[in-house]
Design a binder for this molecule. Structure first.
Ligand SMILES: O=C(O)CCC(=O)C(=O)O
Ligand SMILES: [Fe+2]
Length: 321
């Protein structure tokens, strides 16, 4: 499906892992696994094609997101996160605070099964497409996690069992505001605090990844999804796998994207480098053990109360030893 992206970033064909898509294709499995392993060890970014989310779904999701964000502010604010919600993070419509370096607004949804979500009434089809995209991306994420498990050389199903609760996974429909001139043309570079992120976008462009000290544009492509590794896999692998550094450059027009964050269960999970990457090979852990929920809350505070000094923003280095 989809034309292959023209890019310096590796492309992985997931068809050998999908039901009915080339079962028994051992060469395809080997190639995908090697490519993902290589990408994760160097900078943590790769494209996936034939990933199970139809191109038409992604295109429709972008169109409906454009229609939602084009509504007047008072309409969007009707989807404001509810006080006292049990959602791990504020489900619903939010906008970055005025003084934040990041200039965007977003609608955050969790898996429909947990009942955390608030949906706009308009456009009418938006809810259905959000739920469908969420469920499809969830399946794709489990496939990619299994491949990462193999690339890390962990026992079969280790990550699946370690990360078996899906209630902290979320997806954001994002709209970035156009640049207004000098000095504001960049959204801050960052690493994601989760396991894996899956992004699809409109045709405006602006996402960039740091590779060998150079910012590489992640150009929009029809039907492909960009995947980046987050901090959790970097910590578990004791820095062998890289949490990708990326940013979004603002353009002269609004940009829309969807980011699906495949996470850990924040309330229960403790994180520390795995023995396979430390004691088993005689290497010192590069992070102390921490509760994932604490990290999520600190990162959320970065967003809701952006520190004025960049050095006060909490990153995964907060737990480095
Ligand atoms: O909008 C994008 O392309 C990337 C979004 C992103 O990096 C994030 O939300 O963490
Ligand atoms: Fe990100």
């Amino acid at each position: 499906m989809g034309s292959e992206p023209k890019t310096a970033i590796p492309i992985v064909d997931l068809s050998p892992f999908l039901c009915g898509g080339g079962g028994g294709d051992e060469a395809g499995v080997k190639l995908a696994t090697e490519t993902i392993g290589e990408a994760c060890r160097h900078y943590g970014f790769f494209w996936i094609v034939n990933h199970g989310v139809p191109r038409e779904h992604m295109a429709r999701a972008i169109e409906l997101s454009q229609a939602f964000f084009a509504l007047p502010d008072e309409e969007k604010r009707k989807v404001k996160p509810a006080e006292g919600s049990k959602a791990p993070l504020p489900a619903g419509y939010s906008r970055q605070p005025e003084h934040s370096a990041d200039k965007n607004e977003y609608l955050m949804v969790f898996s429909p099964e947990f009942g955390f979500n608030l949906y706009p009434n308009e456009p009418a089809e938006f809810r259905a497409i959000l739920e469908e995209c969420f469920c499809m991306l969830s399946k794709t994420a489990l496939i990619v996690q299994d491949i990462v498990n193999e690339c890390m050389g962990l026992p079969a199903n280790f990550l699946k069992e370690y990360n078996s609760n899906r209630s902290f996974d979320f997806m954001t429909a994002l709209r970035y505001f156009p640049t207004t001139g000098a000095g504001d043309n960049r959204l801050s570079e960052h690493q994601d605090g989760n396991c894996l992120t899956f992004v699809f976008q409109d045709d405006i462009g602006g996402l960039e990844v740091l590779k060998d000290g150079e910012w590489i544009p992640v150009d929009p492509t029809d039907g492909s999804i960009i995947v980046n590794v987050g901090d959790i896999f970097q910590v578990l692998s004791n820095n062998k796998f890289k949490s990708a550094m990326h940013r979004v450059t603002r353009k002269s027009t609004h940009r829309h994207s969807f980011a699906y964050f495949f996470n850990l269960h924040g309330k229960k999970c403790w994180i520390e480098p795995l023995p396979q990457f430390t004691t088993d090979i005689g290497e010192k852990p590069r992070y102390r053990k921490f509760l994932y929920n604490e990290y999520i809350q600190l990162r959320m505070r970065n967003k809701t109360h952006p520190p004025s000094r960049p050095e006060d923003v909490i990153h995964i280095t907060h737990y480095a030893v």
